[in-house]
Design a protein around this ligand. Structure first.
Ligand code: C2E
Ligand code: CA
Ligand code: CA
Ligand code: CA
Length: 279
């Protein structure tokens, strides 16, 4: 039994060791990723449910590692957050997304807002509003064409600090949206005095709307409450026609999901805009 215990122990430490090494390797490589141009943005359309037309896009980062392949953000954004690399990476994302939105417009497409995810660490940095303002000026994007997506966890800090930072950002003229709504602990009433324009209903709710009465009623009440607080609603992770008709019935404003389009490259978005692709 003793023998076996020792084996188990060494098995687990070896496993753990591998994971720690993997993390360290990933972290090292991530340091070089920006300089080596390995990061790129994909864009996923948001569709207005009244008009059926693309009403905006969300920028989503991808890391293309030579000889390895594409690493999804869920695998490296947490590391970037821990190490602080999210600050330079986040600035790069913001600049690239704003520049792309300006480029689409210059190519003759109607101006559509671009949404960028802002992580907790970025939001907490001293001069986040200055950084955003400088990027808007540098790229020439109209502030109203930029949307910043924040998760509830970002907003679970000292309320006065949060309110102050949100007001500074809002004063620039950008739109603010609450990402993954419903997965955290905040209620919409906690948010009612904050300058939030859009609530993005998390995809876990959408997967439930056609399969459970509770899922459907929760989603309905999020839409209704957002409405009463004058916030627009976007449903994330829409994959089926059934989910779409639910959203239409309950007057959700916009949808985003594989049912319409996966995240695609900048040129592919331009093609969709040219073709007038509709829901
Ligand atoms: P998120 O902000 O909630 O982004 C939505 C995620 O859902 C994206 O995953 C998108 O590809 C995926 N998705 C879209 N439609 C569907 C659908 O119909 N079904 C399903 N199952 N999934 C769908 P992705 O691109 O892998 O990004 C994952 C997360 O990584 C994002 O979640 C966001 O939290 C983070 N992230 C991505 N890009 C950035 C970035 O530039 N900065 C920061 N700070 N975080 C980012
Ligand atoms: Ca998002
Ligand atoms: Ca989300
Ligand atoms: Ca998410």
């Amino acid at each position: 039994a003793k023998e076996r215990g020792r084996n188990c122990y060494s098995f687990y430490t070896r496993e753990l060791g591998t994971r720690v090494e993997e993390q360290a390797e990933l972290e090292n490589a991530l340091h070089q990723a920006l300089a080596n141009n390995e990061l790129e943005l994909h864009y996923q359309p948001k569709v207005d449910l009244k008009t059926g037309q693309i009403s905006g896009v969300e920028a989503l980062i991808r890391w293309r590692r030579p000889g390895i392949g594409v690493i999804p953000p869920d695998r490296f954004i947490p590391i970037a957050e821990e190490t602080g690399l999210i600050l330079p990476i986040g600035e790069w994302v913001l600049r690239a997304a704003c520049a792309q939105a300006v480029a689409w417009h210059r190519e003759g497409h109607p101006p559509i807002p671009v949404a960028v995810n802002l992580s907790a660490r970025q939001f907490r940095q001293q001069n986040v509003a200055d950084m955003v303002r400088a990027t808007l000026e540098e790229t020439g994007l109209a502030p109203a064409r930029l949307e910043l997506e924040l998760t509830e966890s970002v907003l679970m800090q000292d309320r006065n600090t949060i309110a102050h930072t949100l007001r500074e950002l809002k004063a620039l003229g950008v739109m603010l949206s609450l990402d993954d709504f419903g997965t955290g602990y905040s209620s919409l009433s906690y948010l009612k005095d904050l300058p939030i324009d859009v609530v993005k209903i998390d995809k876990s709710f959408l997967s439930d709307v056609t399969t459970s009465a509770e899922g459907a009623s929760l989603t309905r009440s999020i839409i209704a409450m957002a409405e009463s607080l004058h916030m627009a609603t976007v449903a994330e992770g829409v994959e089926t026609e059934g989910q779409l008709s639910f959203l239409n019935r309950h007057r959700c404003h916009a949808m985003q999901g594989y049912y319409f389009s996966h995240p695609v490259t900048g040129p592919e978005i331009a093609e969709m805009l040219s073709a007038g692709t509709e829901l």
